[in-house]
Ligand binder design. Structure first.
Ligand code: PGA
Length: 251
């Protein structure tokens, strides 16, 4: 794992966006996360597109997950969130038909999960956030480390964390989702995980220094050959070997 401790979110977004811009090619498959963590990164990709330095035209973007049961036009549906961030010539040049999200409104959710798993193959670059309980995508603690795209159930903790996107109303956060599995995420050729804030500190410590465990799903990334962790000081605050990581800051 490459570990880079940053002094701010902005520094992490600068580094992550530079890496994506440097490695982008027409036809690339970019794995995209939702939540608040990657928003500054997407803003930088839009800026780079506006300046002619980056484009997702002719490339594709693949969501990690999608809620089940939201109205198709619900602004917090992840397809709608990602469309607003990335799609169109005024954003990153990504075409609507090249934005791929699991179909959370399917009547046969298992079939939708299988279809997504088959379609995604492997992405070239995956952007990840992390939950306070160590989840990546919507892979909650105790799920299989070998899972593929599946129907999942959100923990109460995750629904409470996401209630801020639903006017603070936990009851309107869906209970079910479709999510890439951990094995799906592990097929990405390269992964950049961003973590900000004190509430991520335990999860980051487990991710980098803990044993691999289904109870801390992100720890599966210890088996991936090309992962970069970008964490701010608060998110890094429970790391035991923090001085070592700081000294080598190995981007
Ligand atoms: P956040 O969510 O980016 O909104 O903190 C991360 C996650 O739950 O994966």
């Amino acid at each position: 794992m490459r570990i880079f401790l940053t002094s701010s979110k902005d520094e992490a977004w600068d580094i992550a966006s530079a890496r994506i811009i440097d490695t982008a090619f027409e036809g690339m498959k970019l794995g995209v996360a939702t939540g608040s963590t990657p928003l500054g990164l997407y803003a930088r990709l839009r800026q780079a597109h506006a300046e002619g330095r980056f484009s997702l035209a002719g490339s594709s973007a693949w969501a990690l997950d999608e809620y089940v049961g939201l109205a198709e036009d619900h602004p917090e549906g992840y397809r709608n969130v990602l469309r607003a961030e990335l799609v169109g010539p005024d954003k990153t040049g990504l075409a609507e038909e090249d934005l791929h999200t699991p179909d959370g409104s399917a009547t046969d959710l298992e079939a939708a999960a299988t279809a997504y798993e088959e379609a995604i193959g492997s992405v070239d670059m995956q952007i990840l956030g992390i939950g306070g309980d160590g989840h990546i995508g919507f892979n909650m603690p105790s799920g299989s480390l070998a899972s593929t795209t599946h129907v999942g159930t959100l923990t109460q903790e995750t629904r409470e964390a996401n209630a801020r996107f639903f006017s603070g109303d936990v009851s309107s956060v869906p209970e079910k989702c479709l999510t890439q599995g951990l094995a799906t995420i592990m097929r990405a050729k390269e992964i950049i995980l961003l973590a900000f804030g004190r509430e991520k500190a335990r999860a980051v410590a487990e991710l980098i220094e803990g044993p691999v465990s289904a109870f801390w799903p992100a720890t599966v990334l210890q088996h991936h050959p090309r992962v970069t962790i970008l964490a701010d000081e608060l998110a890094a605050s429970e790391l035991t070997m923090i001085d070592y990581y700081r000294a080598k800051n190995d981007w």
